[in-house]
Design a protein around this ligand. Sequence first.
Ligand SMILES: Cc1ncc(COP(=O)(O)O)c(C=O)c1O
Length: 369
Amino acid sequence: MSEKQITVTSPLLPNLDEFNEMLKDIWASKWVTNMGQFHKQLEQALCDYLKVPYISLFTNGTLPLLTALQALRITGEVITTPYSFVATTHSIWWNGCRPVFVDIEEETCGIDPDKIEAAITPKTTAIMPVHCYGKPVKMKRIQEIADKYGLKVIYDAAHAFGVEVDGESVLNAGDMSTLSFHATKVYNTLEGGALVTHDEQTKKRIDYLKNFGFAGETEVVAPGINSKVDEVRCAYGLLNLMQVDQAIAKRQKVAQKYREALRNVPGIRFFDDMPGVRHNYSYFPIFINAEEYGKTRDELYFEMREKNVLGRRYFYPLISSFSTYRSLPSATTENLPVATKIANEVICLPMHHELTEKDIERIIGLIKK
Ligand SMILES: Cc1ncc(COP(=O)(O)O)c(C=O)c1O
């Protein structure tokens, strides 16, 4: 009989009795959506937890990306990386802009600031970096370039819930940052997301845009979309926020165990904590040098699957290799050597708050075999 399946992630779920109590309130009020009391409470609670001034909730992590580009009236070309989830690049395409891929750096798996300037043309209007795996990219360098060329910066911070550098949230960098609260994320509202803004006026505009563009009962100020979050998910989100620190602490322990066990395995590389950074341990990627390890990434990945341990080749294939984007001039392998290498080396190991010592031993045993 095969051993129990170990999944790459597991959703953080609120206590069902507590959730039921909140559902009773919603049922009693009959105010089920359209910015109700739990919606207001969750936006405030997230501002406090994340140390950001303004947040707007969305129904997923893709719509805030689309809306950020709309709100900032981004046109022409947008610089981004191919080492991300497809939604990052799709949001650029859906806004009628052209994605321009810039390579990543090995150190963070985020955009390489040294390669940004060469990709800027007169049509460039924005940079969309990704805090991949929640590892902060080089925000200061990126901002310097953006300021020099008059570009906007929209961070895809889908992975960076609660991540801080020297006590400051990474979400306060750039013009806006987006979050995903999908069930696979450190903090989830089943499906969900948010857009972080830095001033009241911009928050107001975002709130219009996510509500069809309505600025009042009879006035529509922009071609908005519907991304209003219902009360049920906001209640769920309020409960989950209370236990997210505990979940992050458990993930940190898992990361420590992986690091201790894998530190001296030839051909396996992983990230250590960065100085001054509060990490969220959202993922634990390992990178396999096939020559030194004696096996390719795919050999290990499928061996693990065979034994019911589900890692994830995240992010493989590169976004630039998908049919929609592969003909773009910036999508070539020559332009993206680091991203291409990393995409062929990576496996994200199972990482969540419910992994047991036994699970971790089983996973490590397969890698060390
Ligand atoms: C980097 C990144 N950006 C955007 C998204 C989109 O978020 P959602 O799935 O909530 O729409 C994800 C989700 O996996 C992601 O990983």
